[in-house]
Design a binder for this molecule. Structure first.
Ligand code: BDP
Length: 721
């Protein structure tokens, strides 16, 4: 080995051991491949890359290949000037491909659209090469990231034939970031947008954020909180937004903002924000034009209107469609979108909160302009650990519905608990609405295939902040990753996604992968068991939503209390949403409504969501409801202990910093799981008046103890406006 090569190798080795890992690099670590057989195999198959054209996106691709391949292979891999050697990675746009030979992939290119890519192994003049090709530069960048992933996850790259394209068009993160840099429901520090130092200071974070997103195919970011401030639409902020948009553009990421409906009054000096008022309409048109003068590819607006005190068209007796269409018209000529949120429920309306979005939006189907999405949370209440799918999916065939998932763990353990959310996302996406008969899955509503819609979109409320590891809990990274992967291809399984993430984040060692995926895969289900088993929901702490508080009552709104949702009394527990109760089931298509209505067929995980049942009601396993609730609470809490044992057995396989970080958090999770279990059981026991089933140890504290706990430090609280 030449001295220079040896030195390079040594430096890489030393740098990898000397520096503890803090999680900053996310899944783009590019550490030297530890399996020496694999390493040699890759070294033989990769000698350099040939990337002819120049563009900001291709420059990004080039840099990524350089750092990625050099890190993974432990030798410098550089751009070369031809394809006359074995092991060249050729990165080339489809229309330039013919200059390298006759490749017959015409059809594949037709199907992959603007963002898809092909990766395949070929021979050019008897040299073995790997070709990454696409119709556009961004497709090439996605292809490059995918190729790097193959190596990061130690896949065989000798005979590739990959065709990949996104199933959903707009794949965006929603940041609930306030302009003062607090993050609503954020558990990972402050907002990464440094408004004070923008536009001239481009934090490395912005670039690494864009790289991470591009690596999983996220192509949009909404910078600001849905509880919006109009001031972000003023020139002072727009120049800063422009700086971010310029930074993100090479990575294929469009920037969006939240629009406060009353902005024409607050920053425009108008007397009204009535969407049918001509002056108001003109104000928005001018504003939109101004935004596009800074950001020519601006994505559009997300709007929370007439919800939880936010202004909206109903303040002027106008409808959601009047409001959305006014903004849509202003954005139309610029190819911008309105993402109008369906998360509405009114204080004045005594009807079941779960029914209100459907009641307000379903009648408006067909009334929205073509560039409007109705952005709908996965369930009808609010990002609970478990909810049945939102009844709006499937009932608005003329309107593209955009999925809104929550990545930040507002209701799923916040900053301290490990909950891998891909199973939650999949559960909703794989639900059958029966809108057009069997097989009308929510995923097909969202990707536009069910109703042949051209526009399709999916949003995830981000869990990203200034914490060094981005997401507070290291495993929160897996949820950002899973959201992006499912947005690209909702047919992936949670196992596949976890497998990729673990290999890229921790190790390719099979034993390690198996143990970590054991920890992850059932983590959300365990959490449901110790927080809200059998369809219970909305039982968490007042306002901050931290910890259990099933006793919350007498608040300004009934639907902000826990008792509204569990309805426990001496007879039993649960929310009757069948025909004898609120009849929310009737909002589903008949087959689904029937399934949820009948105690024979209602899945047990949704039982108390749809039914109020006697404490002695017998479940399918012949155990009474009260006993089963207790068993689930105990079982859920117990599993955290198992996770701790598995994690501890990984001590020698994971760097100390990340190992200890997760270890401490798992210990906190164990305490919190017991807290959820004991507080909930003690509280519900005051109604059930039944003992714990035999074999379960009684809680060692009193209900009063739990009721009196205070959490002045709980993060992510909604600011008081
Ligand atoms: C709830 C959050 C609240 C959000 C609201 C929303 O508690 O902070 O503003 O959803 O989605 O989950 O608008």
């Amino acid at each position: 080995m030449k001295f220079k090569t040896l030195l390079f190798f040594l430096i890489i080795l030393i740098s990898q051991f000397a520096k503890a890992e803090d999680g900053y690099k996310l899944w783009l670590r590019y550490n030297l491949i530890s399996d020496s057989v694999k390493l040699n195999e890759y070294k033989n198959l990769i000698s350099g890359f040939y990337l002819k054209n120049n563009s900001p996106t291709l420059n990004v691709a080039k840099e990524e290949l350089e750092i990625g391949l050099s890190g993974l292979l432990g030798k410098k891999i550089e751009q070369i000037n031809d394809v006359n050697s074995d092991g060249t990675i050729l990165i080339v746009l489809k229309d330039k491909l013919s200059s390298f030979g006759n490749f017959n992939f015409e059809d594949a290119f037709k199907n992959i659209g603007d963002e898809g890519f092909l990766i395949y192994s070929e021979k050019i003049n008897s040299n073995k090469v790997t070709i990454i090709s696409a119709n556009s530069n961004i497709g090439l960048l996605y292809g490059v990231f995918n190729f790097l992933k193959l190596i990061q996850t130690n896949q065989d790259i000798s005979n590739l034939s990959i065709v990949s394209s996104p199933k959903i068009k707009l794949r965006v993160l929603n940041h609930w970031d306030n302009l003062d840099r607090t993050v609503e429901r954020g558990y990972a520090g402050f907002s990464i947008w440094d408004w004070h130092r923008l536009p001239d200071y481009i934090d490395q974070r912005y670039i690494d954020y864009a790289r991470a997103n591009a690596s999983i195919g996220i192509n949009g970011t909404v910078l600001t909180n849905v509880n919006a401030k109009a001031i972000v639409l003023t020139k002072e902020y727009l120049v800063k937004v422009k700086a971010l948009a310029d930074t993100f553009r090479p990575y294929g990421i469009r920037v969006y903002l939240t629009a406060r409906f009353s902005a024409p009054i607050e920053i425009g000096g108008l007397k009204t924000a009535d969407p049918l008022d001509e002056e108001v309409q003109q104000w928005w048109k001018d504003k939109v034009k101004e935004i596009y003068s800074y950001i020519p590819d601006f994505g559009g607006f997300v709007v929370k209107a007439n919800s939880e005190g936010q202004p909206g068209p109903q303040n002027y007796n106008r409808s959601h469609s009047d409001g959305a269409n006014m903004l849509a018209e202003a954005l139309e000529d610029f190819n911008g979108f309105v993402m109008w949120r369906a998360f509405v429920y009114s204080n004045e309306n005594p009807d079941d909160r779960a029914k209100q979005a459907y009641n307000e939006f379903q009648p408006l189907d067909g009334k929205f302009r073509a560039n409007v999405f109705i952005q709908t949370k996965n369930g009808a209440i609010d990002f609970q650990p478990r909810e049945p799918f939102h009844p709006l999916f499937g009932v608005m065939p003329k309107t593209p519905l955009m999925m809104e998932f929550q990545i930040t763990q507002e209701y799923l353990g916040q900053g301290t608990q490990l909950a891998y959310l891909s199973p939650l996302y999949k559960e909703c996406l794989d639900s059958d609405t029966y809108a057009n008969g069997e097989g009308s899955f929510v995923s097909r509503v969202i990707d536009g295939s069910l109703n042949k819609q051209i526009n399709s979109g999916i949003a995830g409320v981000a869990n990203i902040g200034t914490d060094r590891n981005w997401t507070g809990h290291l495993f929160g990274q897996s949820n950002w990753f899973a959201f992006g992967r499912l947005a690209w291809n909702h047919e992936l399984t949670s196992e596949e996604i976890a497998d990729e993430w673990i290999k890229m984040t921790f190790s390719n060692n099979e034993g390690v992968v198996k143990k970590i995926s054991d920890i992850m895969l059932n983590s959300r289900e365990n959490l449901v068991n110790y927080m809200t088993p059998l369809g219970l929901h909305h039982l968490m702490g007042w306002d901050h939503h931290y910890g259990p508080s099933p006793w919350i009552k007498d608040k300004p709104r009934a639907d902000w209390t826990s008792v509204y949702y569990h309805k426990a009394d001496s007879n039993g527990i649960g929310f009757d949403r069948t025909i004898t109760g609120s009849n929310a089931v009737s909002q589903y298509f008949p087959i689904v409504a029937k399934k949820f209505s009948s105690l024979e067929t209602c899945p047990e995980e949704y039982l108390l969501w749809f039914h109020h049942l006697n404490w002695d009601f017998k479940l399918k396993n012949d155990v009474t409801l009260w006993d089963e609730m207790c068993y689930r609470y105990y079982k859920g809490a117990e599993t955290v202990g198992n996770k701790i044992n598995i994690w501890n057995s990984l001590k020698d396989e994971i760097d100390a910093e990340r190992f200890n970080h997760v270890k401490m958090l798992l210990n906190i999770q164990q305490k919190e799981a017991k807290w959820w279990r004991d507080a909930s059981i003690l509280y519900f026991q005051t109604f059930s008046k039944r003992d714990l089933p035999q074999g379960l140890k009684k809680p060692d504290k009193t209900l009063e103890y739990y009721e009196n706990l205070k959490f002045p430090f709980a993060p992510g609280i909604r600011p008081k406006w």
